[in-house]
Ligand binder design. Structure first.
Ligand SMILES: *Cc1c(COP(=O)(O)O)cnc(C)c1O
Length: 465
C-alpha cells in the first residue's frame, strides 16, 4: 500500500462529511413545497451547468436547468435551495419516490456487505429473489424465468436475442411511435429520427415497422387497427420469417398513446397462432405506473416476454427480461448476461422497491393520481380547444396539443408551456412523435397539494401562450 493512503482516505471522508452537513437529506422528509429562492438556474447551478458544458458532450442534453442535490416525496431540490415540483420522476424511474427510506437502507446495507461478485462468477440470493418476484408479479399463470440487465435498452436487446434463438427466425417488427432505446439494435426499433437516430446509422438489419393503434389520430377501432397491422405482417414480412413483435402496451416517448380496445389482444392472438414471440416493452409502463403492476393487465394480455427497467429499483440501474420458461431457456449457457447485470446493490434496491409497491398502497395511489390529473386536465380542455386529447392510465397521463381548426400537432405551444412551467419550478416533460404532448409521470409519493399546484402553474402557462 502507498504511504499516506490512509491520510488520503481520511481527507475524502471529511469532504463527504462536510457536504453532508450543508446538503439536505432527500426522501419523504424533505419539505413538500414549491419554493423558488432564485431565478433558474441560480448561481450555484449555473456554475455547475457551465462546467457540464465544457466537460460533458453536447449530445447529453438536459431539460431542467438546475443541478439537483436532493429529491423525495414530490420535489427535487437544487444546489441553490430551490425546491421544484416533480411531475417527471426522472422519466418514470422514481415511482416509489426518490431516496425511499426502505430503498436507501437496503442499498446502504448491501453496499457494506459486498458490491459485486459478478452473478456469472459467484451467484447470490438477491438476484434469484428479484427473478422469483418478477416471475410471480408479471401477468400469465405459466412457468416463467427472468434474466437481469442494466438498462431498458439492454433488456430489449436481450429479449430480441432470446426470441430469435427460440424461433430460429430473424425478422422483428416494431411500430410507428415506438421507442426502445439508444443502442444500435434499439435505435433500429425506435421510430423517431430526431433526436434518437439522425446521423447514427447504419442500423441493425431485419427490423420492420408496422402501424399500431392511435385512436385520436387514426379513428380506427381496435379490430380495424389490428387487421391493418396483421396485413402488414403477413404481406411485408411473412409470418414464417418473423421472430418477434415488440410493442409498448402504452407507447411512451411516442406520445402516451393508448391503443383502442381489443387491439393488443388481437395481435397477441395472431402471434400465438403463428409461432411469433410477443414482447411487451414495459420499461416505462411497468411497476405500478399505470395503476396496475404491469400495463399488460389493463389490456387483458399475457405477453410471452416482458422487458422492464425504469421503476424497478427505486432509481438504481436495473432491468429485466421475464417470460415463458421454454422461451427464456432457448439460449445456450453463457449466451446471456454481462459483467454488471443484476448487480447486488441494484437487486437489494429492487427488492425494497417491490416491497413498497406491494405493501404501501402505491398502485391505489397511482389510480387516484390518474383521476385527479384527468379531472383537472378535462376542466382545462373544456375552456381551451388547443388541448386536443387527454389520455393514459394511473400516473401516466398525457395532454396532446393541437391547432383546434385543423387538428395539426402544435409542438411550439407544447414546448413553450413546458418551458414556462419549468421556469416557475414545475418539472414537466414533453413527448410525442410530433413533440406536441405534455406527459405527467409524478412519483406515487407526491401529495395532492403539489399535484394541484403543478397543474395550476401549467394552466397559467397555457393561458399566457
Ligand atoms: C426508456 C425506455 C427504454 C430504454 O431504457 P434505457 O434504460 O434508457 O435504456 C426502452 N423502452 C421503453 C418503452 C422506454 O421507455
Amino acid at each position: 500500500m502507498l504511504p499516506g493512503g490512509d491520510l488520503r482516505s481520511l481527507d475524502a471522508m471529511s469532504t463527504i462529511d462536510a457536504q453532508a452537513d450543508t446538503l439536505p437529506l432527500g426522501g419523504p422528509s424533505l419539505p413538500q413545497e414549491r419554493r423558488l429562492v432564485t431565478e433558474l438556474p441560480g448561481p450555484r447551478s449555473a456554475e455547475i451547468l457551465a462546467r457540464k458544458a465544457s466537460a460533458v458532450p453536447a449530445g447529453v442534453g438536459h431539460t431542467v436547468p438546475v443541478a439537483a442535490v436532493a429529491a423525495g416525496g414530490g420535489v427535487v431540490v437544487d444546489a441553490d435551495g430551490n425546491s421544484l415540483i416533480d411531475l417527471g420522476s426522472g422519466i418514470a424511474v422514481t415511482t416509489v419516490g426518490s431516496a425511499h427510506p426502505k430503498v436507501a437502507a437496503a442499498i446502504a446495507a448491501q453496499a457494506a456487505q459486498f458490491t459485486h461478485t459478478c452473478f456469472m462468477i459467484s451467484p447470490y440470493e438477491s438476484y434469484v429473489e428479484v427473478a422469483e418476484a418478477l416471475n410471480r408479479l408479471t401477468p400469465g399463470d405459466f412457468a416463467k424465468k427472468t434474466a437481469l440487465f442494466n438498462s431498458g435498452a439492454e433488456a430489449v436487446e436481450n429479449a430480441i436475442k432470446i426470441a430469435r434463438k427460440h424461433t430460429g427466425r430473424q425478422a422483428v417488427v416494431a411500430f410507428d411511435h415506438g421507442y426502445h432505446g439508444r443502442t444500435n439494435l434499439t435505435m433500429a426499433l425506435t421510430a423517431k429520427a430526431m433526436p434518437y437516430k439522425s446521423g447514427f446509422g447504419p442500423f441493425a438489419p431485419e427490423v420492420y415497422r408496422a402501424q399500431a393503434s392511435y385512436p385520436f389520430r387514426d379513428g380506427l377501432s381496435g379490430a380495424e387497427a389490428a387487421a391493418r397491422t396483421i396485413l402488414q405482417l403477413e404481406k411485408q414480412i411473412g409470418a414464417d420469417n418473423l421472430a418477434a413483435v415488440i410493442i409498448e402496451p402504452i407507447q411512451g416517448e411516442g406520445g402516451f398513446i393508448v391503443p383502442a380496445d381489443g387491439y393488443l389482444p388481437a395481435i397477441v392472438e395472431w402471434c400465438r397462432a403463428n409461432g411469433v414471440v410477443f414482447i411487451a416493452d414495459e420499461v416505462q409502463t411497468g411497476f405500478g405506473r399505470t395503476g396496475a403492476m404491469f400495463a399488460s393487465e389493463i389490456f387483458g394480455i399475457e405477453p410471452d416476454l416482458i422487458t422492464t427497467a425504469k421503476g424497478i429499483a427505486g432509481g438504481m440501474p436495473l432491468a429485466a427480461v421475464t417470460g415463458r420458461a421454454e422461451i427464456m431457456d432457448a439460449s445456450h449457457s453463457g449466451g446471456l448476461g454481462g459483467t454488471y447485470g443484476g448487480n447486488p446493490v441494484a437487486c437489494a434496491a429492487a427488492l425494497a422497491a417491490i416491497d413498497a409497491y406491494e405493501t404501501e398502497g402505491l398502485l391505489e395511489r397511482a389510480v387516484e393520481i390518474g383521476a385527479l390529473l384527468k379531472d383537472r386536465l378535462a376542466a382545462i380542455q373544456a375552456a381551451d380547444p388547443r388541448v386536443g386529447d387527454i389520455r393514459g392510465h394511473g400516473a401516466m397521463i398525457a395532454a396532446e396539443f393541437v391547432d383546434p381548426a385543423t387538428g395539426a400537432p402544435d409542438a411550439a405551444l407544447t414546448g413553450a408551456v413546458a418551458k414556462a412551467a419549468i421556469a416557475q419550478g414545475v418539472i414537466v416533460l414533453t413527448c410525442g412523435t410530433f413533440g406536441n404532448v405534455i406527459r405527467f409521470l409524478p412519483p406515487l409519493t407526491i401529495g395532492d397539494d403539489l399535484l394541484n399546484e403543478g397543474l395550476d402553474v401549467i394552466a397559467e402557462a397555457l393561458a399566457a401562450h
